[in-house]
Design a protein around this ligand. Structure first.
Ligand SMILES: [Zn+2]
Length: 245
């Protein structure tokens, strides 16, 4: 496994799923107050990551994530492609038919979810509290357009149900949509368990789910917006190619 990934999974048929770490560096170009130097560093981190995974520099698709349930086709969205001077589309999930476009979804407490179908289509989704309630995972499954029993999904590092403290009303509102999201922090206050809610939702329709045990708030190998706001985003990745060295 390449040292640049915190977690790596071979999804079969030359398709790979991985989650980056703080060591990979910040991959986001949208941080509040981000300086020119920091933007340049993020581009360097993206390029270094692609080289480490034996991908063409600039070929990986990134989105302008807005906590929506919008799913787009990733074709032509490589961050270094001609269209990259424009802002990437505002969306929170994307699909690559045939898996030919490497996909990246950026997170720092929200859930990064990677999908691979039996036929080799790939997808990623950014599923935080708002996205989960809006149905970003259901939209992604729908757009993949195959029986969910032929889809595998990997839920990456995210803030856990013992750490994600929210107001009681918010917990109840989310639990009204996703009952398994209701949780309590380790210090006894209302909380949300979004990884569990996502796993329940996907498993219920037949998706094969793997879930990371890493909590972003507790583990400083990954970025956490709650622990250290504005420091950066790590990414969930799915790509086709050689197995990383
Ligand atoms: Zn935790």
């Amino acid at each position: 496994m390449t040292a640049t990934l915190l977690e790596y999974h071979h999804a079969g048929n030359g398709v790979h799923v991985g989650f980056t770490s703080v060591q990979t560096g910040n991959l986001a170009l949208h941080l509040e107050g981000q300086t020119t130097d920091s933007l340049e560093q993020a581009r360097t981190h993206r390029a270094d990551l692609e080289r480490a995974l034996d991908l063409s520099v600039g070929s990986t698709a990134f989105l302008h994530q807005v906590h929506s349930a919008t799913v787009v086709d990733a074709e032509g969205l490589g961050w270094g492609e001609a269209t990259a001077s424009q802002t990437p589309p505002a969306a929170d999930a994307m699909i690559s038919r045939g898996g030919g476009t490497p996909l990246a979804i950026m997170v720092a407490d929200c859930l990064p979810v990677a999908f691979v179908t039996r036929d080799g289509d790939t997808a990623v989704a950014h599923a935080g509290r708002v996205g989960l309630v809006s149905g970003v995972l259901e939209s992604t499954l729908e757009q993949l357009g195959v029986d969910p029993v032929h889809i595998s999904a990997w839920i990456g590092p995210a803030i856990c149900g013992s750490c994600y403290e929210v107001p009681e009303q918010m917990r109840d509102d989310v639990a009204g949509v996703h009952s398994t999201a209701a949780s309590t922090t380790s210090w006894g206050t209302p909380a949300l368990n979004l990884p569990r809610a996502a796993e329940t939702l996907l498993t219920r329709v037949g998706v094969q789910v793997s879930r990371s045990a890493v909590c972003t708030l507790e583990d400083d190998r990954v970025f956490s917006h709650r622990r250290a706001p504005g420091q950066g985003r790590f990414a969930g990745l799915v790509w086709r190619g050689d197995t990383p060295a």
